[in-house]
Design a protein around this ligand. Sequence first.
Ligand SMILES: [Zn+2]
Length: 60
Amino acid sequence: MMNCKEATRMVSEGLDRDLALGEKLRLQLHLFICDYCRNFSKQGNFLRRAAQSANKRKSD
Ligand SMILES: [Zn+2]
């Protein structure tokens, strides 16, 4: 089972690249049981749209 650290990392990676099918399934399974990561995922999608409109991304 994926833990929250992996799940949030995968959500972030999913913003930059297409996840493999197995990764998506594992992530979806985690989001199904975890409110924290589900919210993180929603925020990530929101932030991506905001970042795209700004056309600028802060690197880690
Ligand atoms: Zn989680």
